[in-house]
Write a protein that binds this ligand. Sequence first.
Ligand SMILES: *Cc1c(COP(=O)(O)O)cnc(C)c1O
Length: 449
Amino acid sequence: MSEPTGPLRQWDRELVWHAFTQMAEYEPLIFVEGRGATLVDDTGRELLDGVSSLWCNVHGHRHPRLDAAIREQLDRVAHVTMLGASTPSTIELAHRLSELTPDGLRHTFFSSDGSAAIEVGLKLAFQYWQQRPDPRPEKTKYIALGGAYHGDTLGSVSVGGVARFHEMFRPLLFEVERLDCPDAWRLPPAVEPDQAAAFYLAELESLLAREHPRIAAMVMEPLIQCAAGMVKHPPGYLAGVRELTRRYDVLLIADEVATGFGRTGRMFACEHEQVAPDLLCLGKGLTGGYLPMAATVATDEIWNAFLGEYHESRHFFHGHTYSGNALSAAVALATLEVFEEERTLERIQPRIEQLGSRLEELRYARGVGDVRQLGLIGAIELCVDVAGKIPFPWTERRGQRVCDYARSKGVFLRPLGSVIVVMPPLCITESELDRILDAVAEGIEYAVG
Ligand SMILES: *Cc1c(COP(=O)(O)O)cnc(C)c1O
């Protein structure tokens, strides 16, 4: 297509209700094709996918191995129910996940979106305490972090802590024990960076000491809180949380929906601190960014609490129609195979270094308060007062202005308020990554310089 044709633009504006988008001002952006890290819109214009189609694309668009895996599965069957039945690709995927995920995680409950993977994690944790051999029915509450984002369903919103997204729904939500966001950059007054982990862990410990008999689980994004604005935790925080939750008999639910599948430079973020959670939530990159699928992986300890005689009704009364979808499972398996065949985790190391040095060049640019990186996650926070670490008011849409500029240079980005996010597919090449950061650098000069 060389011209936007027919009524698509009008329908897209009037009939399609876009996520996290003010529809009164929405300008259609219609992608008709993709290849590698490049997307093509309906006018034939090419844009580099600098946000991995919202943090989920891994090996690029139209990867031949992934395309073929879906076609092969399609020639067998597209979908069968997981309610009392299965399909080979789904079984294989569960097996592969049990090998790849941190120690002790063995049993996979499939769902369709990251939010659902969190709901499943929360419900499994709750039910586990109700019916384990030595039940603790008073353990019904959760600990979550300030700024947390775990999805948009009501359970995941309850544990979420992004005021602008979540406050409106407060009357519908259950209460949680909320800790301050363990932000490694915006530290409380008088806390030095090398004391930060200990400081935040002391807050957790005092909460646990008081409340642990009533706490079922703590849920957190390990190492980096993505939707909060790519906020990094101090090194050692995750390992400390694991130790404390274990000591106080509280389950740890790790939300690796965004950080899983190579994004941080390792297969899972928990590996950076040798942590094995009790429940691991996966989504986004699980299918390489191709099809909806999410997973909650549990330990034997949790699994065993759900076993029993049929009439005891100890099973997990939860399921989604498309859970474990065969096409999704096939492309997820192929995604994991490509990690090996292309040695993806090795190959991205130079790109991670490149991203790091390009971000460092921007650290002292005008209007830049902080640059942050973990693996192939890059973030630049724009501040109206750099010394005071005060971001531009979100109403000024500075981040969006940078991204609008980048788009004019052929780079597709989506900011988080005044935080510019650079999150390319893991297949990004050296020159493509440079083009993205060139556009970002110029965009920052244009929007805040
Ligand atoms: C995106 C995201 C979710 C929600 O996943 P959906 O597939 O959008 O429902 C949950 N947790 C984290 C950390 C995420 O980034």
